[in-house]
Design a protein around this ligand. Structure first.
Ligand code: NAD
Ligand code: ZN
Length: 240
């Protein structure tokens, strides 16, 4: 049997499915991954050097403006066939958890419900001093805006390189990786920890792991099956 038919058989026989997605699933919606070179205005920066607490400390204006630019791109983007297929898979499966590293909110817009946004959501802001999420009227305009309560800078509510993930979300994600019949790893380079460990946690628990990525990753050789193709083409073919 070819890999796609084997993947369809595994998914069709599964009761509980857990999925991990990365920036690759949103590439077909026109949102660049971090491995794609930045274009235009931002081509002289590397995302790994902008998405850090140190960068925000040093140069909050540049980091804020980079996020403002990404927010415009995210707001203009539409969920693609890959996002839609995962929402359809959730409606079909008896149990379903979607863990995403993406901050673009496209899974929720496509209709996914049981969603763990490990790295936060770019649409929200929080106070860099107090840590709490801020509504628009709690921030005074500026670049970056400032918190009206304490005067600290306002930052996007995302997890930057070198920052801790929410421990409760991480626990839920690892439990979902162990406690399923099939685990799908979609559009992630597998280089950013701790999310990169989730498919290996599933494998160690005897779960069948299917990777969807046009490029090989550290997971490809260890996965039960690796489907080398774009998420928007592969995922719709996996929905029973
Ligand atoms: P990554 O940029 O490291 O890797 C993207 C992966 O997607 C690559 O392996 C690439 O081969 C694959 N890919 C490219 N096009 C694809 C397609 N059409 N279908 C399937 N796969 C495809 O992304 P990552 O692993 O998510 O890690 C980078 C970090 O960057 C994450 O922490 C994430 O939060 C952040 N990020 C998020 C967004 C977003 O929210 N959309 C965008 C860029 C980066
Ligand atoms: Zn504050």
């Amino acid at each position: 049997m070819d890999p796609l038919s084997r993947a369809r058989a595994l998914v069709g026989a599964a009761r509980r499915i857990t999925v991990l997605t990365g920036a690759g699933i949103s590439a077909e919606s026109g949102i660049p991954t971090f491995r794609d070179a930045l274009t235009g205005l931002w081509s002289r920066f590397r995302p790994e050097e902008l998405a850090t607490p140190e960068a925000f400390e040093r140069d909050p204006k540049t980091v804020w403006e980079w996020y403002a630019w990404r927010r415009v791109a995210v707001a203009a983007a539409q969920p693609n066939a890959g996002h839609a297929a995962l929402a359809a898979l959730e409606r079909w499966a008896a149990g379903f958890t979607l863990i995403t590293q993406n901050v673009d909110g496209l899974h929720a817009r496509a209709g996914s419900r049981n969603l763990i946004e490990l790295h936060g959501n770019i649409a929200r802001n929080r106070c860099a001093g107090e840590g709490c999420v801020l509504a628009d009227d709690e921030a005074a305009p500026g670049s970056p805006p400032t918190c009206r309560r304490c005067g600290s800078c306002v930052r996007p509510d995302v997890v930057w390189f070198g920052e801790m993930l929410d421990p409760a979300s991480l626990d839920r994600a690892f439990e979902a990786a162990r406690d399923c019949d099939v685990f799908l790893s979609v559009g992630t380079s597998g280089l950013v920890e701790p999310a990169a460990s989730l498919p290996f946690e599933a494998l160690a628990s005897g779960v069948s792991v299917i990777e969807v990525n046009p490029q090989p990753t550290p997971l490809s050789r260890r996965a039960t099956l690796a489907l080398a193709g774009p998420a928007g083409e592969m995922l719709p073919r996996l929905v029973p």
